[in-house]
Design a protein around this ligand. Structure first.
Ligand code: MRU
Length: 330
């Protein structure tokens, strides 16, 4: 990327949400890339609903949104509602518990927001150091400025590699059923001026096997203490393909995504979403009416398949109980 491109990337950073003192103003991600429409959410109920329908999404971002929800209404009912909005990303419970326990909920929510923003810069730098020289990278789902405050997580690393001059191409997966890759990552990379090609999910393992990919990087929704990672469904297949091709498979996320109470991936609740999401594509039916469907939103990748876990505190490698516990203790 040229110097001009770098400046453009910095100037055009997307703002997924902000709190205006009375309401959470959030870009409605269900409308992207077709419409940039902002929601004005004034209650914990409205924020929980926006999280449920993925208008606000991505583990760190839903944590920050929930934090502001508790600042608006710190009642036990609001805490329960927000925690239940989505079950897999631990950032939700982390943020709700922290803000609910604070003397000044709004100050605490703003602190979480600032911390996540700072984390994204640190993750970008650590990840780009780890993957220095990478020319072609493959990523899944959406993990950029739409998914986390600031630059994002895995996509922030992709951006940093571009800014440092090594990255030539980002391969991005569609991420069926809700197309976070096709709709959101393509939109972000276009905004940033980073060259990309979009793949259907099923194409990715063979493209990796062909030798065309230097490294795979993804985000995370919950990291167990043994290093197992829950992330967008399809992640596990990419990890297997990366292992078979002997290329790095890297996970990036803030330490707020590590669940110190969760010993392994087997204990992670995987969100099962409505079958209607599988029966249709961008609003158009793709199967027989009422086709029985299975719609897990996430899968679990065992720690043994992960080359490095990049956080704002540094990189765990190899990924396992010892290195993850070092990250937790800071
Ligand atoms: O269902 P989504 O779109 O919220 O899933 C998002 C992911 O799986 C991301 O990889 C994860 O939340 C990390 S976002 C920085």
């Amino acid at each position: 990327m040229t110097a001009t491109g770098n400046q453009r990337a910095r100037q055009t950073r997307l703002l997924a949400l902000r709190f205006d003192g009375e309401a959470l103003i959030a870009l409605d991600q269900t409308q992207l890339p077709w419409r940039e429409q902002y929601l004005r959410l004034t209650s914990a109920e409205e924020i929980a609903e926006a999280i449920r329908r993925l208008a606000i999404r991505g583990a760190p971002l839903i944590g920050v949104a929930a934090a502001y929800g508790i600042a608006l209404d710190p009642s036990p009912a609001a805490c329960a509602l927000l925690k239940a909005a989505r079950p897999t990303a631990v950032n939700l419970a982390y943020a709700v518990d922290r803000v609910a326990a604070a003397d000044d909920p709004l100050t605490e929510a703003m602190a979480i927001h600032r911390e996540e923003e700072a984390s994204s810069d640190a993750i970008a730098a650590h990840g780009a150091d780890l993957l220095a020289g990478t020319a072609t990278i493959l990523t899944h789902c959406n993990t950029g400025a739409l998914a986390a405050p600031g630059r994002g997580t895995a996509l922030a690393v992709v951006e940093e590699l571009a800014l440092r001059g090594s990255l030539r191409l980002a391969l991005i997966t569609e991420s069926r059923p809700l197309l976070q890759g096709a709709r959101l990552t393509a939109y972000e990379l276009t905004t940033l001026g980073i060259r990309f090609e979009l793949l259907v999910d099923a194409a990715a393992p063979a493209v990796i096997a062909s030798g065309a990919v230097d490294a795979v990087i993804v985000g995370c929704d919950r990291v167990a203490t043994n290093g197992d990672v829950a992330n967008k469904v399809g992640t596990y297949a990419l990890a297997l393909a990366a292992r078979a091709a002997e290329i790095p498979f890297v996970v990036a996320g803030p330490t707020s995504t590590i669940d110190g109470q969760c010993p392994s991936g087997a204990q992670i609740t995987i969100e099962q979403r409505d079958p209607s999401e599988v029966r249709s594509l961008a609003g158009q039916p793709v199967t027989v009416p009422d086709a029985p469907c299975r719609n897990p939103a996430f899968d679990v990748t065992p720690a043994a398949l992960i080359s490095g876990l990049v956080t704002e505190r540094g990189v765990a490698t190899p990924v396992g109980i010892e290195s993850v516990s070092e990250l937790i203790s800071g």
